[in-house]
Ligand binder design. Structure first.
Ligand code: PLP
Length: 494
């Protein structure tokens, strides 16, 4: 059955390849599949498959204008030895819960799960649509997307990539990873502003018709590697299906048994993928949405009002320092009965007044979700405690999820089996992680901390970290938010 993608703000429909190339719809809406397909293999069958095989079984249902060979070739190239675990997504038991480690890719954060395949999907889509223009990837990052997208697109023929990150809003390791990026087609720029400023600036460039026309004249077209791209959402569904299958295969779940998932959330992409997996037929129970002190989503789930009018807090989990969770729009559209006009009204209110309120009927449709948050202290003590109890060291984002899970259990007494999405390697946030374990580490430099962490956790320093230890800085651009357009123009020679 052919899958078409509708915009959340109009009735415009396109095929998967077009949605991937465009990123965002022209009306400013996000592309959503016109239905959520049911898995056509049983979970028992899926339980016996490799990650790559499961990925194919999931993605073929969404990317219906790709041939089997195209899709399999994209999957083979993405999930290969760039990952330091053959299983791609290892499951680790610690403190009575299962951690689904999504950080074994080339940049050691979960963004690799989607961004190692997106360039391949995009090139395949461009071929299919006979696109002759060079594709310019424009990305705003809260730290992890930027590096993962750079790694994915560096030196990919027919593409260029520009990444904007908040100059003072990412971890030292995250920044070093980005500014040492090689590749003639890459550009990395720090902005004086926060992630939302960067994201708003990028969205503005995307919807600038004059710029688009000028670029077309010079043989360029924009696309987005941000999590609004459906080519990122779809690959993220795969690991929920895979994880359920693995637990079933290992006898840790009985057939049909529910599994709760806890997801440290920022832009709402990862947890939305879990929601899709659930509606494809995976027996997922609660979708537990964990926020840090930027707790817009927690307030939303509690009150039905989404309100971004508040102070932006810089936390030790910077990839979740977000006040506008872009992917939530896809869920709003769905609970608004796929009514684009109604969704548009709410989104206009969000960009105008900075807030909107959903109806009681829409709130009822959110019963799959539970939201809570963890403050900085709760996050740090979670890291210290789990390390003390069993020697497992998790990163700050995962710790937010872990702390929220404890709150959920205390509040609901729900004993359903649970998996926590572990979204980054602790080595990516070494300073915060080591500080959480013991204040005595504060005086050590970043790479001494890396070595100490390897010793404490009894794991090898990941290759991604070894590589940046001595790598030269290749990108030193910093600009104001208002200068983002000029920077892009200069890079493209417009
Ligand atoms: C991006 C990111 C998140 C948030 O994921 P969303 O899909 O934006 O909700 C959480 N943790 C880490 C480490 C990330 O990089």
């Amino acid at each position: 059955m052919e899958m078409l993608y509708s915009s959340t703000r109009s009735r415009q429909q396109v095929k998967a390849s077009e949605a991937i190339l465009k990123g965002l719809s022209e009306d400013g809406g996000l592309f959503v599949p016109d239905h959520i397909p049911a898995l056509d293999k049983s979970l028992k069958e899926l339980a016996g498959m490799t990650y790559q095989q499961v990925a194919y079984e999931v993605m073929k249902l969404y990317l219906t204008d790709f041939t089997e060979q195209e899709l399999k070739s994209c999957i083979e190239r993405a999930y290969d030895s760039k990952f330091d675990e053959a299983s791609i997504v290892p499951l680790v038991e610690a403190g009575g819960v299962c951690y689904m480690e999504l950080f074994h890719g080339p940049t050691i954060a979960f963004k690799d799960m989607a961004l190692s395949i997106l360039p391949h999907l995009m090139i395949a889509s461009a071929r299919k649509k006979h696109v002759e223009k060079e594709i310019v990837i424009l990305t705003a990052t809260s730290g992890d997307t930027g590096k993962a997208a750079l790694a994915g697109f560096a030196d990919v023929e027919g593409t260029r990539i520009v990444v904007f990150y908040p100059k003072n809003g990412v971890s030292p390791i995250q920044e070093k990873q980005m500014v040492t990026q090689k590749g003639k087609n890459t550009m990395v720029v720090g902005i004086h502003g926060n992630f939302d400023d960067a994201q708003t600036g990028v969205k503005k460039l995307f919807s600038d018709r004059k710029l688009e026309a000028e670029m077309a004249g010079k043989g360029f077209q924009f696309s987005s590697a941000n999590s609004i791209n459906i080519g990122r959402l779809v690959p993220q569904i795969c690991y929920y299906v895979y994880t359920y299958g693995r637990l079933l295969g290992e006898g840790k779940l009985a057939e049909g048994e529910l599994l709760n998932v806890v997801v440290p959330t920022g832009n709402f992409g990862n947890i939305l993928a879990a929601f899709y997996a659930k509606h494809m037929g995976v027996p997922i129970g609660k979708l537990i949405c964990a926020s840090n002190e930027n707790k817009v989503l927690y307030d939303f789930f509690r009150t039905g009002t989404y309100d971004r009018n508040r102070e932006f807090v810089l936390t030790s989990s910077p990839s979740m320092d977000i006040l506008v969770s872009s992917n939530l729009e896809r869920l709003i559209y769905r609970i608004a009965g796929e009514d684009a006009a109604r969704n548009q009204e709410l989104m206009v209110a969000l960009s105008g007044q900075g807030c909107y309120t959903i109806t009681d009927g829409m709130r009822e449709a959110l019963s799959d979700f539970y939201g809570n948050y963890a403050d900085e202290q709760e996050t740090a003590s979670q890291i210290r405690q789990l390390y003390g109890d069993c020697g497992y060291v998790m990163d700050t984002h995962t710790a937010v999820a872990s702390a929220v899970y404890r709150k959920y259990v205390a509040e609901t007494k729900d004993q359903t089996k649970t998996v926590i999405a572990s979204t980054a390697s602790p080595f990516k946030f070494t300073r915060s992680v080591m500080h959480a374990i013991d204040g005595k580490y504060d005086a050590m430099d970043d790479f001494a901390l890396v070595d100490e962490l390897a010793r404490l956790a009894n794991v090898k320093v990941p290759k991604a970290i070894e590589e940046i230890r001595t790598a030269p800085v290749l990108h030193e651009n910093v600009c104001e938010v208002e200068e983002m357009e000029a920077v892009v123009r200069q890079f493209l020679g417009l």
